[in-house]
Structure formats: C-alpha cells, structure tokens
Design a protein around this ligand. Structure first.
Ligand code: SF4
Length: 484
C-alpha cells in the first residue's frame, strides 16, 4: 500500500494545532524579525524548547539588533544563553555573527541558502528553517523528526537528513515545504516520539507501515496502578561506543526523550575534561564519570536525578579499575552498579582477565546485596543462552559466547540474581548489539549482551524491562527497567 502522504500531512496539520508549538515557530509568530528568528534558530539546536525560550528572552532583552549583539562579549553571551546545548560554541558563533552580517550582507539576514550557510554556526537545517520561517520561502528543514518520520512511513529510504531533504524535494510540492518541519516536529514530540511512539492513540495508525518502530506498551490502567506508577523509577543503560560520537548522533535528544531517573553509560571513551559543557552539565542530572586511564578506551558514567549517598569507583582492584569498568552509586534503598565488562578478545586471549573480573564482580555483588536491593546494569559482553544471539552454533567458544563466560552467567542466575528482561519477554530475536559490518542491524543479526540484573529479593520491585532497538546512535541500543 502506498503511504497517503498528502492526506496524512493535511490531517496532521489539523491535529497538531492542539499541540505545543515548536519554539522557533512561536518566536516567529511573536516577531517578524529575521535576525531574531536566526538567533533563536541557532540557540534551539540540541536544546529543549523551554530552555531555548528562556535563553532567547534573556538574549533579546540585551541584543535585539545586529548592533546591540556586536557590543556583547563572548563571556556575556555565554552567561545569557546558558544552559542551551553547546552554549560555548553558540556564544562564539553569535559573537562573530554581527561582523559577518555587516561586512557581507549590509547588516541584514540573507535570503538564500548558499549565503546563509556562510554565517557562523549555520548548517543546512538552520538555514532551511530560517528561510522557511523567517522568509516564508520554499525550503525543507529536515531535522531528526522529519528524517525519522519519513523513513517510518516508507516515503523515503535514506540514511542522512540531506538525502531525505533531496528526496522530499522531488516528492512534495513546493507549497508544502515551508510548513512541513513545524507539523512533523510537533507530531514527533507529541505522538510519534523517538522512543516508544504512541501508536495506540495515533490518528494515522491504520495507514502507517511503522517501519523499524517499537511502539510503547500499553497496560490496563486503573487508579491504583496510576498511583504506583507515579513512584516508579526509570533506569536506562546504554553502551554508547564513545560518548562524544554519540553526542553527535543525538545522545541528548535520546536522554531527553527517555527522561530517566538514572542513566548508565558504558564505553564512554573520554576523560571528563574532554567533554563539552552540554554533557558535563546535563539539565536535572548529577553526573559521575569513571574514565579509563588509557585515553579513548572503555570507561563508565552514571547520570542521576537524585544525588546518591555515596559513590564508589571500581572494584578496589587496580588492574580492573584503571579501565573504568565499574561505577556504583548508593541510594537509601538500593545500590546501582554500572558495569562495562571486558571483552574476552579473539582466540579468547583476554578470557583469564575477564574471568578474574567476573569473579571479583560476583563477590562484590554478593557483599552489597546483603544490606539492600541491588540493581546491576551494563554491557556484560556475554550472551547467556542460545536464544540471546542469532547464530549460536557458529559462535560456540567465540568471545562473548564461550563456555566459560556463559558458565559465569549461569552461576549468577543460579545464585538467584534475575535477568530482568527475560522476566517479561521470552521471545527470540531481541538483541542489544549488532556488528557494524554486513548490514547486521538492518537484518537483526545480533546479540543480547546488555542487561539489567537485580538480586532475588528485589524481583517484585522490577515492574517492566525493555530493549529499545529503535534507538540508533551506537552499535548497542539502550535497555531499561522500571523499578518500584
Ligand atoms: S502509528 Fe506509530 S509509528 Fe506510525 S506515525 Fe503513528 S505513532 Fe508513529
């Protein structure tokens, strides 16, 4: 069935009138000034709408014109726009903007894409949005929502926003280009969210092919359950395979969409001082970094909305701890352990090291679980059972599926620890890691090696567990539990 794009866009245009208006469009309604719209668009990238709106208010109060902006220093700009994402970079771009506008464009915002792309900090997405919103010109701003939705609907089959933009230019009439972004951003934020879209209440559910989508689970609702859910905490674990790379791939958007109480990251491959401010100061979170001594290698981090009582870095064993493998936060009624287990390496060259690590971790878990609930998560670099990888026969005794590594997982579960995902889902084909080679993710040739494990006495506290295959940005996907 061909997706009825034209009819759907008309329908959604009506639908999103009741939704929150994206911040740049809101600012455009309030001011016809292309210069202010350009500044707001620059600030809005990788930033929550509420944060952008507040920063824009502060900035406009001091710099409503090109000349006023030219009088502000970079430090003043940083203070005015903080905490928008990448505020230091954005302050530098704003600092350079007046000179470029005055010298090259007579102090006015240019009205063609090539000229806009010469402005500091302006990429294709920003340029198209300014053309469409400030000047009402035919331009398709393809951000994460437009790119995602067009692929979910099968309108395009593209890898990058630029490919999507080019494809849409061939498909859509020019008259619909300018408003496309506002409609799909509102719909993407309100209904078809990047994580667990609300297919159960979507008005185009019957037409949508839902390519690559895992909808949110809908449970029977009653008042008592509502009350209980209000106290549930959401925990996320994700091997990001380099936190700086994942930042470029939308990490902050993913964190915002999950809105988790605790986020555990593995394989951060960065020292805290190498991180941009947007990561060091994530709105609403306390951040704890446990990097490896060796630069660009391994490492763990935890973000928590609640300040922990105590933090422990490592297992008190230097050869493991210098790789930043374990990070523990203690809260009033549970311990939270984030683990990035070593890889046994080809020909099992590092198996002995990994087995020592596993034994030390097991003993550590047992020590902590004696006093309160224990939640352990992370990339354990082992698929436990045959159901947990696509090709078990071909991988017998390969790293991650060796007899010894699987035996350790057996010992954990036999001791009463619970692999929470399997508590809720016994189906095959549910994986958390796919090789970058051979188009493995698209073919779902994968391994389930990322876990949330709890101690036996905490079984009833785990009310949901999930794998979020739909979240891209790493060769692993996030896993989560809801913990009561
Ligand atoms: S049915 Fe689901 S995937 Fe399709 S548009 Fe609606 S929310 Fe998105």
């Amino acid at each position: 069935m061909t997706f009825p794009l034209h009819d759907v866009l008309l329908l959604l245009k009506q639908e999103v009138q009741a939704y929150r208006v994206p911040v740049v469009d809101l600012i455009a309604v309030q001011t016809n000034d292309p210069f202010k719209i350009l500044m707001a668009t620059l600030l809005s990238a990788r930033t929550k709408d509420e944060v952008t709106a507040a920063a824009v208010r502060r900035l406009f109060a001091r710099a409503g014109t090109v000349e006023e902006l030219s009088r502000l220093t970079t430090e003043e700009l940083e203070q005015l726009i903080y905490p928008v994402g990448f505020y230091r970079n954005k302050a530098r771009f704003l600092r350079k903007l007046p000179a470029v506008l005055q010298e090259q464009f007579n102090g006015a915002v240019p009205q063609d894409i090539d000229s806009l792309l010469t402005l500091p900090g302006v990429g294709r997405k920003t340029a198209n949005l300014v053309l469409a919103v400030a000047f009402g010109k035919p331009a398709i701003c393809v951000d994460t929502h437009v790119h995602r939705l067009m692929n979910i609907w099968g309108v395009v089959k593209t890898e990058t926003p630029l490919q999507t933009e080019m494809a849409l230019q061939q498909i859509l009439p020019e008259s619909s280009w300018a408003e496309l972004n506002a409609i799909l951003v509102a719909f993407g934020q309100g209904t078809c969210t990047p994580v667990r879209p609300h297919c159960d209440c979507c008005l185009i559910a019957n037409q949508c092919p839902r390519n690559g989508v895992t909808p949110r689970a809908v449970k029977a609702v009653n008042k008592e359950m509502d009350m209980q859910q209000a106290t549930d905490k959401k925990f996320i674990s994700w091997n990001v395979n380099g936190v700086r790379a994942s930042l470029k791939n939308g990490l902050l958007d993913v964190l915002r969409d999950f809105d988790a109480d605790i986020v555990a990251l593995q394989e951060i491959k960065a020292q805290p001082e190498q991180l941009p401010a947007s990561l060091q100061n994530i709105d609403g979170y306390h951040a704890f970094w446990n990097p490896a001594k060796k630069k660009g290698y391994a490492g763990t981090a935890v973000l928590s909305k609640t300040a922990p009582l105590q933090i422990w870095y490592g297992l008190d064993e230097p050869r493991f701890d210098e790789e930043g493998r374990v990070l523990t936060l203690e809260f009033s009624d549970f311990y939270f352990i984030n683990v990035y287990a070593p890889n046994a390496q080809p020909e099992l060259k590092r198996l002995a090291f990994k087995q020592d690590f596993n034994l030390a971790l097991f003993a550590y878990m047992d020590r902590l679980a004696r006093s309160k609930s224990l939640v352990l998560c992370g990339d354990l670099n082992v698929a436990h059972k045959e159901i947990d990888l696509t090709n078990p026969k071909a991988n017998v005794n390969n790293p991650g599926f060796s007899r010894q590594e699987r035996a350790w997982m057996d010992s954990i579960t036999e001791a009463g620890y619970i692999d929470t995902f399997r508590k809720f889902d016994a189906s095959p084909g549910r994986y958390t890691w796919w090789s970058y080679r051979f188009n493995a993710r698209a073919k779902n040739i994968g391994w389930r090696i990322d876990y949330f494990i709890v101690d036996e006495s905490s079984d009833a506290r785990v009310v949901d567990a999930a794998i979020h295959e739909e979240v891209a940005g790493s060769d692993h996907c996030p896993v989560s539990i809801n913990f009561r």
